[in-house]
Design a protein around this ligand. Structure first.
Ligand SMILES: C[S@@+](CC[C@H](N)C(=O)[O-])C[C@H]1O[C@@H](n2cnc3c(N)ncnc32)[C@H](O)[C@@H]1O
Ligand code: SF4
Length: 419
């Protein structure tokens, strides 16, 4: 009997994100039929296939069938995985691929030399904010591929990183995109909660995909805080800033309250574009006060709009120097009595911790194997010394062995060019 674990019921509602993947299989009816047909064609048997209590069960003892099912799911059905929000193809990263989860900024883990570790399980977003630093969402012009990392594999790497970094860690779930698209988000929070080196679990989210049930599940799993991106309290302006006509501000505001009521702290995190939403600052503060945000951590985390090379930089957004931005925040602190608005790492219990040692030096030339396509045109991912390297401006193909000059190593994120 073959037993394959399926994602829990929450993810059944998100069945387009991961429709069918090895080990964590969500089988839509027609896909089940395809699998039945394929087994019949190859082995001339028709074992009973059913989905029961979160498992895909195939009634056979034939080990060859098991291997075949793995192959079939990965190479045939897996090939058709699409992100239901961005419609982009998904590459599902699992242990069998042996892809390092350190070195690349779109998925895996990022260590920026503190006790906070960024945990990135997937890419892709349900919104298309007009200022998005990573040009994400359905209207992205630069990102053409999504990734989802198997939760056990992600935890395996987290465990290694956590051992290196020591105790008292904050696991921060964020993404080049929206972390709530990650099909195993509840499971990930649960796993992190039971990790002895993790003290705090936080998430950065736009909140749209929350509902009462998911809020409860996340609270039960042990999520401590959500940094919630809300950029306007005016429904029409919010739609404009989020780049989605159907953005439902009211729902997000309700979810902010639901999070607080479920015992998950909320930090309201608007991106301020002067001339567009700076005049709403006091309303944000008022809202945060009203719902009881900021119980253990600051209630507000105003962010200064910054243009990014590969982000969306609308002409209506004029960047403001950080000095001016902090003066504005201090003025707000005086005026409203809400403190702190100028946020420092210690407000979050963050402190410096030795980096996981760099695997490469800048300027160094290394031999690497191309293992995956990247997210942008001309970008491939290569591995060397158990790290991923984002290789830019390359024509290389998966499987090629190439020489890469490392041009960037900041925070253990490696960018290189082919030589
Ligand atoms: C890239 S998003 C990813 C997480 C999630 N999708 C969200 O929006 O909260 C991370 C944070 O960066 C903020 N952000 C996006 N673009 C920005 C920009 N150009 N300047 C400053 N902050 C930005 C977002 O509002 C969000 O709070
Ligand atoms: S800022 Fe966040 S919510 Fe907005 S498009 Fe980018 S990733 Fe999505």
């Amino acid at each position: 009997m073959i037993r394959l674990k399926l994602p829990n019921s929450y993810f059944e509602e998100h069945d387009d994100i991961i429709r069918l993947v090895w080990r964590r299989t969500l089988i839509a009816d027609y896909e089940k039929k395809e699998l039945e047909r394929a087994i019949k064609r190859k082995f001339r048997i028709s074992p009973e296939i059913k989905v029961e209590e979160g498992y895909l069960i195939i009634n056979t003892d034939n080990e060859e069938v098991e291997k075949f099912v793995a192959f079939f799911i990965q190479n045939y059905l897996g090939d058709r995985l699409r992100n239901r929000f961005t419609r982009r193809k998904i590459v599902y990263i699992h242990e069998g691929m042996n892809v390092p989860l350190l070195g690349y900024n779109a998925f895996g883990l990022i260590d920026r030399g503190t006790n906070l570790i960024q945990v990135r399980g997937s890419t892709g977003c349900n919104l298309s904010c007009i200022f998005c630093s990573v040009d994400e969402g359905p209207y992205s012009r630069t990102r053409n591929l999504d990734f989802v990392v198997d939760v056990d594999y992600l935890m395996k790497w987290f465990d290694w990183v956590a051992k290196e970094k020591g105790k008292g860690l904050e696991a921060h779930l964020d993404a080049q995109g929206e972390p709530l698209l990650y099909p195993y988000i509840v499971e990930l929070v649960q796993e992190l909660r039971s990790h002895p080196h993790v003290s705090v679990i936080s998430m950065q989210s736009n909140g749209v995909l929350l509902d009462e049930k998911l809020v409860e599940e996340l609270a039960e799993a042990g999520l401590d805080r959500v940094n919630l991106s809300i950029h306007s309290l005016d429904p029409e302006k919010a739609k404009m800033l989020m780049g989605m006509k159907n953005y439902d501000l009211n729902h997000v505001l309700e979810m902010a309250e639901a999070l607080v009521n479920a015992g998950i702290d909320v930090l309201i995190a608007p991106v301020i574009i002067f001339g567009i939403n700076d005049n709403e600052a006091e309303a944000f503060i008022e809202f945060a006060r009203r719902i009881g945000a900021g119980k253990r951590w600051p209630a507000l985390g105003f962010q200064n709009y910054v243009p990014y090379k590969f982000g969306r930089n609308p002409v209506i957004a004029k960047p403001v120097p950080f000095k001016e931005f902090y003066e504005w925040l201090r003025m707000l602190e005086e005026k409203t009595g809400m403190r702190p608005l100028v946020l420092k790492p210690h407000h979050f219990g963050m402190h410096p911790r030795p980096f996981i040692p760099l695997a490469f030096k800048r300027g160094e030339v290394v031999k690497a194997e191309v293992v995956l396509p990247g997210r942008m045109e001309g970008e491939m991912l290569a591995k060397a010394r158990n790290r991923l390297i984002q290789v830019i401006n390359t024509q290389a193909k998966v499987g090629d062995k190439i020489k890469v000059r490392i041009v960037r190593t900041r925070h253990g994120i490696y960018v290189g060019t082919q030589v």
